[in-house]
Design a protein around this ligand. Structure first.
Ligand SMILES: NC(=O)c1ccc[n+]([C@@H]2O[C@H](COP(=O)([O-])OP(=O)(O)OC[C@H]3O[C@@H](n4cnc5c(N)ncnc54)[C@H](OP(=O)(O)O)[C@@H]3O)[C@@H](O)[C@H]2O)c1
Length: 261
């Protein structure tokens, strides 16, 4: 099996690193792009080829450029080269319907991974096009599961999923930074403060995942009435923490709507 990536930016790099960690062979991975493919192929010892060769040789092809480039890249390459090819699109805002208009004879899967793919920890949503065989479905699932967890989702839920799971790592990183900076302000060394923030978030996530509790149940367990956590929690509520996060998710979703519809 050969896997090709049209586009060699942040997401391709994260996915390919995840694939290599899970045992995919570097000689089976191909990238193509004007500039970054050459750098990435050197860094990860994978193949850098032109798009014609990538489309001819690869069994599964990932579209990993920017959504607004779809039209020009398909024109440049020629839509006939995608005929009967298994195409996995990560183009954030581009629907199966739009992809099918550009690539009417391809077998298309729409996915939204995130950069945690690098550590085999992506949560990837997937929606399958119409004309895929059982073999195509199996192949795609094996590919996606190699760099994380896969969730089959209706396309109408992709914008919210994208804002939470795709952009979410940036929002979580900001919360990590906020905890780290609070520690630094209290006199803790920057490195130690980062470790404290990271392990607190990791431990809390594992706690909820492994216990099957809700987030509210964990809050209740830590924030006993009248205790110190309850005071901190009240301050977050007074400052509209939940609403602030919700607004950030809405702003992310609305950006996609403004730009691409
Ligand atoms: N980053 C994320 O967390 C994330 C999450 C979910 C979905 N996505 C989606 O993933 C896609 C890529 O995102 P990204 O963050 O990886 O973007 P990026 O880092 O900006 O990479 C874009 C890539 O597109 C390549 N490209 C430009 N023109 C090309 C052409 N003619 N042929 C082939 N490749 C070409 C660029 O290559 P050169 O540098 O050589 O020009 C670059 O490697 C986007 O559609 C985005 O919506 C990203």
């Amino acid at each position: 099996m050969k896997y090709g990536f049209l586009g060699a930016g942040n997401l391709s790099s994260a996915i390919i690193m995840g694939l290599l960690k899970s045992g995919f062979r570097s000689e089976d991975i191909f990238v193509s792009s004007p500039h970054s493919a050459a750098i990435l192929s050197k860094r990860l010892a994978i193949n850098n080829v032109d798009e014609d060769r990538l489309l001819a040789d690869c069994d599964l092809i990932v579209l990993a450029f920017l959504p607004e480039q779809l039209d020009s890249i398909v024109q440049q390459v020629g839509s006939e080269k995608f005929a009967n090819k298994l195409i996995v699109s990560v183009l954030g805002s581009t629907s199966l319907k739009e992809l099918t208009e550009f690539l009417p004879t391809a077998k298309i899967v729409r996915v939204l991974p995130n950069v945690n793919a690098e550590f085999n920890n992506s949560l990837t949503s997937v929606a399958f096009g119409q004309n895929l065989s059982n073999e195509d479905l199996k192949l795609t699932k094996n590919f996606l599961q190699a760099f994380g967890t896969v969730i089959e989702l209706a396309e109408r839920d992709f914008p919210a999923f994208s804002a939470i799971a795709g952009s979410g790592p940036a929002f979580v990183a900001l919360f990590i930074k906020a905890l780290q900076e609070a520690g630094i302000k209290q006199g803790i060394d920057s490195k130690e403060s980062l470790q404290i923030a990271l392990h607190t978030i990791k431990g809390s996530t594992e706690n909820i995942l492994q216990s099957g509790k809700t987030a509210d149940q964990l809050v209740k367990k830590v924030a006993s009435p009248g205790g110190s956590t309850a005071d901190g929690f009240e301050s977050l509520e007074e400052n509209h923490f939940i609403e602030t996060v919700n607004n950030a998710i809405l702003a992310t979703i609305n950006h996609g709507r403004k730009k691409f519809r």
